[in-house]
Write a protein that binds this ligand. Structure first.
Ligand code: UD1
Ligand code: MG
Length: 452
């Protein structure tokens, strides 16, 4: 068994200026979660001995997003090399004590990275003790602003040159720096300490450690890895491109796990969406964070789900909206233009049309008529509505919470229910109907006469 361990340093202190945003770059979301969480998720299966995230000033929000990983502040952001140096003291003695053989540096802005890819890079570093640095290389369609990998005639990696500092010949190189590196732990911080800032940006470039290691007679390797996994998000356009790639990956995974997506390209998942087998998702459905579907659930077109747990056999939509805290038990039907928030619908309950069910508990087998509204908010507080089993709520009922409707009760259509309804009662809470025979014809005749 390979007992070597590694420490991960995730860089996230850059200012992300190219996104033109008030929010730290690494908190911009891909598939409903901050991009840096995707990077940490890719590390988890590899069980790093330590993970340190390097953050910028005023980034409590990022520190919270990466917890329980340790974080350290780099300020001012003086470049990727400086960021790695700042993490050094945190790892300090742990490198030797925990038998850490490698330091893997990752960027918080490469959300598509997978565990397998990190493992491949690590394996390349460990292949021989002479290899001080293994760099993830890639050949993106547009090398743009990526660093270029300069190889010697024998194919060895000589140095990395940043696009801004490259001459025309170097810019023409298609092999680019994917941004992740595995470095021999025994040498990592010594190499990093030697980085200078004599370059276009006056920054300490991590990429310079390749030339520094070569200068010491050490070997550096490139492992060519899939460019789409190494996509670095620096602009809104790249954010959208990363989202598209992630969605493709999530759609493929959903189908492999036994869900039918009628029109995959129109379904949007969150990274944490969980689907059972034989789920059917019709076209144009959006899954926000925190959705779990059991087997045999059908989500019909144009529905939006977030924070919802749905048991088997349920049918949702078309045009339904499930908000956080929606729990649908077996065989529930939630139909068009129904919004459910912080509410549990018991097995077989139905709310088929045009309703708002918020902060409510609805018993098994109950029917919620079209247009029923739980009036849960009094302008200051939220209150709950409780409806028993097998109740029948007539169309266009307003349930003014807090209120309870007992098992088996019938509430007449158009009621405004302000006090509790006993079990098995019929409740009519609306104005009485008054019929005036012939009166309509009289009015019409008069109006026509007046008009002449
Ligand atoms: C970097 C690489 C480039 C590579 C590309 C891949 C360097 C010098 N350049 O360029 O070769 O092709 O990534 O995506 O390494 N960061 C800090 N502190 C800093 C500066 C940056 O923590 O002082 C963090 C950023 O938050 C980001 C990561 O490091 O997560 C990379 O920084 P970024 O500015 O995006 O570098 P690139 O210009 O993309
Ligand atoms: Mg970048």
């Amino acid at each position: 068994m390979n007992r070597s361990r590694f420490a991960a340093i995730v860089l996230a202190a850059g200012e992300g200026t190219r996104l033109n945003s008030a929010r730290p770059k690494v908190l911009h979301e891909i598939a409903g979660q901050p991009m840096i969480r995707h990077v940490l998720d890719a590390l988890r299966p590899l069980d790093p001995a330590a993970t340190v995230v390097v953050l910028g000033r005023d980034s409590d929000s990022v520190a919270r997003a990466v917890a329980p990983s340790q974080s350290v502040i780099q300020f001012p952001p003086r470049g990727t090399g400086d960021a790695v140096r700042v993490a050094g003291p945190i790892l300090g003695d742990r490198l030797a004590e925990d038998g850490i053989t490698d330091v893997v540096v990752l960027f918080g802005d490469t959300p598509l990275l997978r565990a397998e890819t990190i493992a491949e890079l690590l394996a390349a570093r460990r292949a021989s003790p002479e290899v001080a640095v293994a760099v993830a290389g890639m050949r993106p369609a547009d090398p743009g602003a990526y660093g270029r990998l300069v190889l010697g005639a024998d194919g060895a990696l000589l140095r990395i040159v940043e696009a801004r500092d490259a001459n025309a010949e170097e810019r023409a190189i298609g092999l680019c720096n994917g941004g992740i590196m595995a470095i021999d732990a025994a040498r990592a911080f010594d190499l990093v300490d030697r980085i200078g800032n004599d370059n276009a940006k006056r920054e300490f470039y991590l990429t310079d450690i390749v030339a520094i290691a070569r200068g010491q007679g050490l070997a550096c390797r490139v492992v060519e890895l899939p460019a789409e996994e190494l996509l670095g998000v620096n602009t809104r356009a790249e954010l959208a491109a990363a989202e598209a790639l992630m969605q493709d990956r999530l759609r493929r995974r959903a189908m492999e796990n036994g869900a039918t997506l009628v029109a995959p390209d129109t379904v949007f998942f969150s990274a944490d969406t969980r689907l059972g087998r034989d789920v059917v998702v019709e076209p144009n459905v959006v899954f926000g964070p925190g959705v779990t579907l059991a087997d045999n659930v059908r989500i019909r077109s144009f529905s939006h789900l977030e924070g919802a747990v749905i048991a088997s056999g349920a049918i949702v939509g078309p045009f339904a909206r499930l908000r956080p805290g929606a729990v649908l038990e077996e065989d529930v039907h939630v139909g068009n233009f129904v919004e459910v928030k912080a509410s549990r619908l018991g097995a077989g309950a139905k709310a088929s049309h045009l309703s708002y069910l918020g902060d409510s508990d609805i018993g098994a087998g109950t029917n919620i008529g079209a247009g029923t509204i739980t009036c849960n908010y009094d302008g200051v507080n939220k209150w709950r509505t409780t409806i028993g089993e097998r109740a029948f709520i007539g169309s266009n009922t307003a349930l003014v919470a807090p209120v309870t409707v007992g098992d088996g009760a019938i509430v007449a259509a158009g009621s405004v229910v302000t006090s509790d309804v006993p079990a098995d009662a019929l409740t009519i809470a609306r104005g009485n109907q008054v019929d005036k025979p012939g009166r309509a014809a009289e009015i019409r005749a008069r109006l026509l006469k007046e008009k002449g």
